[in-house]
Design a protein around this ligand. Structure first.
Ligand code: SF4
Length: 414
């Protein structure tokens, strides 16, 4: 077979396979460009199984571009909570506003408009134009580059922009006339179901007969990808402070930057891991930072280690240590662990700890229950407030556990 035939075999077999094997996904039930657009944004860095319920809820809540444009930003972020990479949601809404304003609320079949939308890069633009409008535009992401590297036995580093540009040219050539929508989805589907990153199922692959990587025995070596830098570790100390009613003190993140305008426990970054690990130094640092924020009166001695959690972003790895006020969750966590060690249930330990703390008048830590003198951006929340506000995953997990009384389950073992 010559190169032209190898390409034509690939396109033809892949398309036929896709027509039989494609998954029934909610965004495939329509050609509505808005549905395709939202699904493609959600699918960036996120698995299909995770996206499906988010997509369905998002469409029920914001059924049109205009509805999305007119929604309060907090509601959009709340609907995105748990998907991560929140700038995607903000960009989506900003782009929806632009379409509502300049294009009557309908995404136009116009490459320059689609490619110019906030948050839409070359892959997403190609996906929208081909899937929704049938335009012969390539949609090349990491999955597609993996498939093409293997099938054509390409050794170039897919982390390099020049390789992506070359792959886009190749993918464009491969699109059969009039079949851009199905063909691009077929490529993505092959990468998701058969030509998977670690162990490609070559024996089930519709293009195995002429896969150059497979024929060379190199299917698991390809694609070539230079390693990205590992995420930088950051050690953070967070305060879990409660008022006498059990409400928790939280603050809103700044207007821009990572996780903009989401809510979190007040916290500080330790200058080095040793400080974070040291009970005395960690609590002193956190108490000093609260004081500097205008939350005077939290003594280092009153803070103790109640839980650990972590979150990995693309460039950052947060190690979060939560310090609670003595007599509150600190005692509860400790009692739960001690009760389990003594053969009782953790719940029994928790109940006993709450009872003892309450008897001593130490059910929580109070700065200012009325909230009158809290610094700007701070507030007290109860369980209902927690459900309404939008949180980064790591704080959502911690606070959900706190309000359901199971924080001791993620407490450190002493
Ligand atoms: S034969 Fe194997 S390596 Fe080649 S495209 Fe198919 S699954 Fe991927």
């Amino acid at each position: 077979m010559n190169e032209r035939e190898i390409k034509s075999f690939f396109s033809g077999e892949l398309l036929q396979w896709y027509k039989k094997a494609k998954r029934d996904l909610p965004w495939r039930r329509s050609r509505d460009p808005y549905h395709i657009w939202v699904s493609e944004i959600m699918l960036q860095q996120t698995r299909v199984d995770t996206v499906i319920p988010y997509f369905n809820r998002f469409m029920a809540k914001f059924p049109t571009i205009t509805a999305l444009a007119e929604a309060p930003e907090e509601e959009v972020i709340k609907a995105w909570e748990g998907l991560g990479y929140y700038s995607r949601a903000r960009n989506l809404q900003a782009a929806a506003c632009e379409i509502a304003e300049n294009h009557g609320g309908r995404l136009p079949d116009d490459k320059s408009v689609v490619a110019g939308l906030k948050g839409v890069g070359p892959y997403t633009s190609g996906a929208i134009l081909s899937i929704a409008f049938g335009r012969p535009e390539p949609a090349v992401d990491g999955n597609v580059m993996r498939v093409l590297s293997r099938y054509f036995c390409i050794d170039e580093d897919i982390a390099k922009p020049a390789t992506r540009v070359g792959m886009e040219g190749l993918a464009r050539e491969l699109i059969p006339e009039g079949e851009a929508s199905d063909f691009n989805q077929a490529l993505m589907e092959l990468g998701a179901l058969i030509c998977t990153p670690k162990s490609p199922s070559c024996l089930l692959c519709p293009v195995m007969a002429h896969c150059q990587g497979r024929l060379a025995g190199r299917e698991t070596e390809l694609p070539v990808k230079s390693k990205a830098k590992p995420p930088r570790p950051e050690h953070r100390l967070a305060a879990l402070l409660q008022d006498a009613e059990g409400r928790v003190l939280v603050r809103q993140r700044p207007e821009s930057g990572l996780l903009a305008r989401m809510w979190e426990l007040p916290h500080v970054t330790a200058p080095e891991r040793g400080v974070w690990e040291s009970a005395a130094e960690g609590s002193a640092l956190l108490a000093a930072s609260l004081d500097a924020e205008g939350l005077a009166g939290v003594s280092a001695e009153s803070l103790r280690h109640v839980a650990d959690a972590e979150h990995v972003f693309t460039h950052l790895h947060w190690h979060l240590r939560v310090l609670g006020a003595d007599g509150g969750q600190g005692r509860v966590a400790e009692a739960a662990v001690a009760a389990e060690a003594a053969g009782a249930t953790a719940v029994a330990g928790v109940e006993a700890a709450f009872a003892a703390a309450a008897a001593e008048g130490q059910v929580g830590y109070s700065i200012d229950a009325a909230g009158a003198s809290l610094p700007p951006g701070y507030r007290w929340i109860d369980a209902a407030d927690f459900e309404r506000l939008a949180w980064p995953n790591v704080f959502s997990k911690l606070l959900r556990a706190h309000f359901s009384g199971t924080l001791y389950e993620i407490a450190p073992k002493r």
